[in-house]
Design a protein around this ligand. Structure first.
Ligand code: KG4
Ligand code: ZN
Length: 338
């Protein structure tokens, strides 16, 4: 049982958490930068790095204070070292190295996507493995066979846009603010998911990869007319815009649920663990829960506050790395890729 400080700065959330034993989340502080990036309609890497520098110190202090922890209580410092924006990752990794050296505590490097994959296990003890892990975030849409914390095999992944990216791009087509996922989720509650039959791209019969660029383009042309990219939105009333949002969301959710059921068939597993920013989506959570219930599979969704980027999932996975003896040195480098 270890007490771990987890630091996360891979994209546009500056986050730190204290987690004991991989389950007991004593604090989970997240300073979101969305207000800084909103006017650009997406994350601007240079602005993200600067904001991490400005906020990280205070975020770590708040996480320590919130957990009632001093440096003596900490057993290790965990940090996201990949994948993500290199400039942003560097801020977290440099801070973690500095604390590791100053406090003489072990340093643990964590893969952000694997931390998402394992995040449903924070609230489940014993862990829900083996399970099919579905990670749906802004940068990644992947299916995994999770045998255990130390054995995670990739089954399929997005070949073009990630699901979250598609949510954000479609939100921009509908002139909704960034980040678009939560906006579409909200608007879809007022719309008809069957108003438009957007293409459910399933790729080959057995394929577990994803492609979401087709549905994004389909929404663009449905709004503006075939082959046109502008000029259509002003002609739609609020009800019609809500129908677009609801039909797009239903399309993405159908594909995610369909592929996850395929993964259950192919692996013979009987549990699903859902994670990542898009896992906060209300329709995805309810439809996947229903599909699992229909076939008698167990369903574990990460708690909403562990879906979008956070330090708790970094510290929670680091618990297992810590006990396996995985240690990073002060030469730890960052990487844009998983
Ligand atoms: O995991 P995350 O915080 O960052 C990455 O690792 O990429 O995911 C962010 C993504 C964004 O694309 C955002 O629009 C999406 O998660 N998202 C949602 C919802 N909440 C966040 N998408 C659909 N419905 C939501 N409720
Ligand atoms: Zn993430």
């Amino acid at each position: 049982m270890a007490t771990i400080l987890g630091i996360e700065t891979s994209c546009d959330e500056t986050a730190a958490a204290i987690v004991v034993d991989g389950h007991d989340v004593r604090s989970n502080v997240i300073a979101s930068q969305v207000d800084l990036h909103r006017k650009y309609g997406g994350v601007v890497p240079e602005i993200a790095s600067r904001a991490h520098i400005e906020k990280l110190d205070a975020v770590i202090r708040e996480a320590m204070a919130g957990a009632g922890c001093s440096r003596d209580d900490i057993d290790a410092i965990a940090v996201t070292s990949r994948p993500g924006l290199v400039g942003s990752l560097l801020i977290g990794v440099t801070a973690a190295k500095t604390l590791s050296w100053l406090w003489s505590k072990p340093l643990i490097a964590v893969d952000h996507v694997l931390a998402h994959v394992c995040s449903p296990a924070i609230d489940v003890n014993p862990a829900p493995w083996p399970a099919v892990g579905l990670v749906v975030s802004g940068g990644h849409t992947s299916l995994y066979r999770v045998n255990g914390f130390d054995s995670i095999e990739l089954l399929g992944r997005a070949t073009d846009d990630a699901a979250g990216e598609a949510f954000d791009k479609v939100a921009s087509i509908l002139n909704l603010p960034y980040p678009g996922g939560p906006e579409i989720d909200r608007l879809a509650q007022k719309g008809d998911p069957d108003a438009h039959a957007f293409p459910r791209t399933m790729l080959g019969r057995d394929a577990l990869d994803f492609s979401f660029s087709g549905v994004k383009t389909a929404v663009l042309y449905e709004v503006n007319g075939p082959g046109k990219t502008t000029g259509g939105l002003e002609k739609l009333n609020p009800r019609q815009i809500a129908d677009m949002a609801a039909s797009f969301q239903a399309c993405v959710v159908d594909v995610l649920v369909g592929k996850t059921m395929r993964a259950l068939d192919q692996t013979g597993l009987s549990a699903v663990a859902l994670s990542g920013g898009v896992a906060a989506n209300s329709r995805l959570r309810s439809q996947l829960a229903e599909a699992c219930a229909r076939r008698g599979a167990a369903f574990y969704a990460a708690r909403i506050q562990y879906c979008t980027d956070n330090g708790a999932m970094i510290a929670a996975l680091a618990e297992h790395l810590y006990h396996r003896g995985e240690r990073a040195t002060l030469n730890l480098d960052v990487s844009a890729r998983s």
